[in-house]
Every structure is written in structure tokens, then in C-alpha cells.
Design a protein around this ligand. Structure first.
Ligand code: NAD
Length: 480
């Protein structure tokens, strides 16, 4: 069994805290790895290293950062099966999800490399004769990233790669259940020749290490992906220091299926959009809102497909539903099912569990008084809700405190565009599921789903700050 140390200042170091935690395989409960846990002294070393490295890294040429990011992409491209296996063992990812996640990151690193050369400023006309007035975008210095368990490699690398592209140094705290995914990022960048101190990875307890990152004055931006509750806590800790935050939080994303939809296609989109990674996806379409004329037909076809999904061993390439990250999450999901059924919802399939495996579950007749209507279940549970018409569907879709992703299926593109503008969500996908991402797009949500956008150019804006510089050519006339 592998033992993983902390990655601080370019070295793999034993935790001063002396704590080494078991990293469990959620499918079997077996110990997959042992991982050193950072304490306050370890975090101080990581922050000091990132702070020391910030000037030299911030002064590197765009082509030097680009070269390291491209090399990291090549290193990863040669290690995809190994990374994917870690994602299956410690995260319960299925074979397909693990291969997708690892491969996506190769493109993400290449895309981040391209951003190095696109950090643009502007020149402005001036009211003073002979004054050259311009903006430059400067790196912030030290950026801290706090990552979730569900796409632990992809989401953490997105933060790291774009921060490094912008000339920042980084301290990463991976999720407690998926620390090795974060440590692999350090291995890859070390192999790619990243100078010491530029990236530091410190697994450790969320409340202590995460909150210390949010309050340390050397950290200029906290980029967080995780639950709304923790995001709110981080925002409140960072606010008194006027620290920048980007928050990618939870969701309860709608998929609207309008009456002209092709039902088999809508079923496929709905199924992928909720059951990828057992529903543990922030942008999962956990509320499917179907127009009345096709509601019964959609429910029947959807439940029939969901019953065929293979549940079990995540290493079997045919498995669609693997384990939830922890057994306890099955209780959360089951609580939502019981509450809904108790209030009159119909269970079309699923509703049972074994170990950390929860059967894919569909509820029909879900109404606004049910917990599953409002709260994120973060499991393989979906509500199918009937709407009288397109306006009613839009009203139900917006009847949530979240606003991450959304989707709608119709051939009426005029109506689709009108609804897209009125859906209160950061992202809308027409004729698709709500689950979609690319490296260079503005990913993010509104309301309780967070603030800021991640990806490509939008991350570069978040991760740099604008400085105004003027140069007076010739002499200026001063009034006294
Ligand atoms: P979580 O909020 O429990 O944990 C996220 C990270 O925060 C972990 O690294 C954890 O250790 C750390 N943390 C915990 N308490 C903390 C504290 N008090 N201060 C600072 N850090 C702390 O989330 P999770 O269970 O890992 O992930 C699931 C959640 O993440 C879901 O709500 C999901 O919707 C959301 N998510 C959002 C996106 C997005 O892009 N919007 C993407 C993936 C996941």
C-alpha cells in the first residue's frame, strides 16, 4: 500500500503533525493508501514557500509557463490509466468516468498553456497632453485552492493550471476523501519541471486547513469548489481581509422537456445528466420538468431505461453506477426518498441500497413541499415534475435557491432562446443534459450556486488584477 507525504517547496515531506490518515476505497471499505495530514506547522511551511516563490514565478516569461503546462499535459497523457485507477479506487468513479476525467485534464492543461500568452492590457486616450495611459494585468501572488471529492483531479487541476498560467503560486487542499488525486497533480508538475514552491499540496482537515487558508493574509484569492454551506463560511472569513474569492457551489439543476421533444433522446439526456458519477455532480439535472402532454410517456420510458443501468464494481467498464463517496451519503439520499414518498411521491424505481451503493432512483409526482424538490441529494436520485406548459416549466425551474446549470429539450429554437435568457442559472444547454464543461468556457453559477466564473479567459481575469500605469512624455504643466 502506498503512503503519500505532503508536497511542500518542491519536496515530499512527512507531516509535522505526525498524523497519517487512511484513504478508503468506498466500494470495498479497504484502505487504499495512507496519507500524511497537514497541521498548522505544515501549512505555514507551504504558505511560506508559495509566498517566497511568488516573485520569481510572477516574473517568468509567458513562454516559460506555457512550456511547463504543455510538458505537464504530456506527462499526464502518458499516465492516464494510472490516474484513472486512483480516481476509481479512492473516489468510487466508474471506469468511464475515471478515464473521461483523466483525459479531460490533458486538454485542460493545454488550454491553460494557451492562456499564458493572452494576458492583455489596454491603452486609453488621456486628458493630459503627452500622457501614455495603460493597464497591465498582474498576478495576484499566492492563490489557495480548496477542492471537492467528486471530480477531484479535474476541478483541482483547473484551479492550479490557470493560476500558474497567470503567474501565481499555489497552495492546494484536496478533499479529505480524495487526497491522492490532489497529490498526483503535484507529481505531474514536479515531473514537468515546475520550480520549487510554486505548487504546494497539503491534504488535511477541511475546517482547520481550509479556514486557515481563507484567513491568511498572504493568500490573495481563495478559489473554492464544494458545498454551499462551506462556501458561505469561506466567503465570510475572507471578507474582512477584502480577499478575492471564487465560489463554485451546489446545485439543483433543471432539465425542461417540452412537448415536441423526441422522447427517447430526452430520456438519454436525462439519464446521463443525473446518473453520471452516481449523481454526485454539481450540475446534475436532478429536477426533470416535463410538459403535461408527454409526462406519462416520458416517465414510463425513463424508468424503463434507469432499471437497466448496471450497478456495482466500478472497475467493470459496463458499470454505470458505482459507490457513493461514503456509506453515510446513502442515508441522506434515502431520507429524501422517504420524505417524498411520505408526502405522496411515486417511486418509479430504486429506493434501496447496499453498502455505499444506492440504486438509481426515480420519483414522480414530486411537489414543492418535499425535501427532494429543494435540497441537493448528491446521489442517484431524480425527481420528474409535471408542468402544464412551457411558462409553468420555467417557473418551476426557477423555483430554487440555486442557479448553476440548466437544460431544455425542444426543436422550437425561438422558444428555447427566450427560455434560456429567463432561466436563472449561470449555464443553459439547449437539446442536451445540464452536465457539460469545456476547459475554456465560463463555468459557474448564480445565487446559492456561487460567484465568479472558472475556465480559460474568465479565470485569468479572476486570477490577475488590473494595474493602471501612466508615462508622461515631455513635461506636464502643474498648477503650482
Ligand atoms: P464540501 O463543501 O464538504 O468540501 C469541499 C472542500 O472544502 C473539501 O476540501 C473540504 O475538506 C473543505 N472544507 C470543509 N469544511 C471546510 C471549512 N470549514 N473551511 C474550508 N474548507 C472546508 O463539499 P464536497 O462534499 O467535497 O463536494 C460536494 C459539493 O460540492 C456539492 O455541494 C457539489 O454541488 C459541490 N460542487 C460544486 C461544483 C461547482 O463547480 N459548482 C463542482 C463540484 C462540486
Amino acid at each position: 500500500m502506498n503512503e503519500y507525504r505532503l508536497f511542500i517547496d518542491g519536496e515530499w515531506v512527512a507531516a509535522q503533525s505526525g498524523i497519517i490518515a487512511d484513504d478508503l476505497d468506498p466500494a470495498t471499505d479497504a484502505v487504499f493508501a495512507r496519507v500524511h495530514q497537514a497541521g498548522p506547522e505544515d501549512l505555514e511551511m507551504a504558505l511560506a514557500a508559495a509566498y517566497r516563490a511568488r516573485e520569481s514565478w510572477g516574473a517568468t516569461l509567458a513562454r516559460e509557463r506555457e512550456e511547463i503546462l504543455l510538458r505537464a499535459a504530456e506527462v499526464l497523457a502518458a499516465r492516464i490509466p494510472e490516474v484513472a485507477e486512483v480516481l476509481r479506487r479512492e473516489g468510487g468513479a466508474t471506469f468511464g468516468k475515471s478515464m473521461f476525467e483523466a483525459s479531460f485534464v490533458v486538454n485542460l492543461l493545454r488550454s491553460a498553456a494557451g492562456e499564458c500568452r493572452r494576458i492583455f492590457g489596454a491603452t486609453m486616450p488621456s486628458d493630459s497632453p503627452g500622457l501614455v495611459s495603460m493597464t497591465v494585468r498582474r498576478p495576484l501572488g499566492v492563490v489557495a485552492g480548496i477542492a471537492p471529492f467528486n471530480f477531484p483531479f479535474l476541478l483541482a487541476t483547473k484551479k492550479v493550471a490557470l493560476a500558474l498560467a497567470a503567474g501565481n503560486t499555489f497552495v492546494l487542499k484536496p478533499a479529505g476523501t480524495t487526497p491522492v488525486a490532489g497529490l498526483l497533480i503535484a507529481e505531474i508538475f514536479q515531473q514537468a519541471g515546475l520550480p520549487r514552491g510554486v505548487l504546494n499540496v497539503v491534504p488535511g482537515p477541511g475546517a482547520r486547513i481550509g479556514e486557515a487558508l481563507a484567513t491568511d493574509p498572504r493568500v490573495r484569492l481563495v478559489t473554492f469548489t464544494g458545498s454551499t454551506e462551506v462556501g458561505r463560511r469561506i466567503a465570510s472569513l475572507a471578507a474582512p481581509l477584502f480577499k478575492k474569492v471564487t465560489l463554485e457551489l451546489g446545485g439543483k439543476s433543471p432539465l425542461i422537456v417540452l412537448r415536441d421533444a423526441d422522447i427517447p433522446y430526452a430520456v438519454d439526456a436525462a439519464c446521463f445528466g443525473i446518473f453520471l458519477h452516481q449523481g454526485q455532480v454539481c450540475m446534475a439535472n436532478s429536477r426533470i420538468i416535463v410538459e403535461a402532454p408527454i409526462y406519462a410517456a416520458f416517465c414510463a420510458a425513463f424508468a424503463a431505461k434507469v432499471k437497466t443501468l448496471q450497478v456495482g464494481d466500478p472497475h467493470d467498464p459496463h458499470t454505470i453506477i458505482g459507490p457513493l463517496i461514503q456509506r453515510g451519503q446513502c442515508e441522506v439520499v434515502h431520507g429524501h426518498v422517504q420524505d417524498a414518498v411520505g408526502k405522496g411521491a411515486r417511486l418509479l424505481c430504486g429506493g434501496t441500497s447496499e453498502g455505499a451503493f444506492y440504486q438509481p432512483t426515480v420519483l414522480a409526482g414530486v411537489t414543492a413541499d418535499m425535501q427532494v424538490y429543494r435540497d441537493e441529494s448528491f446521489g442517484p436520485l431524480v425527481s420528474v415534475i409535471e408542468a402544464a406548459d412551457a411558462e409553468a416549466a420555467l417557473h418551476i425551474a426557477n423555483d430554487t435557491s440555486f442557479g448553476l446549470s440548466s437544460a431544455l429539450i425542444t426543436n422550437d429554437l425561438q422558444l428555447a432562446f427566450d427560455l434560456s435568457l429567463r432561466l436563472e442559472a449561470g449555464m443553459v444547454h439547449v437539446n442536451d443534459s445540464s452536465v457539460y464543461d469545456e476547459p475554456h468556457v465560463p463555468f459557474g453559477g448564480t445565487r446559492n450556486s456561487g460567484m465568479g466564473r472558472e475556465g480559460g479567459h474568465w479565470s485569468m481575469e479572476e486570477m490577475t488584477e488590473t494595474k493602471w500605469i501612466t508615462i508622461q512624455l515631455g513635461k506636464r504643466h502643474f498648477p503650482f
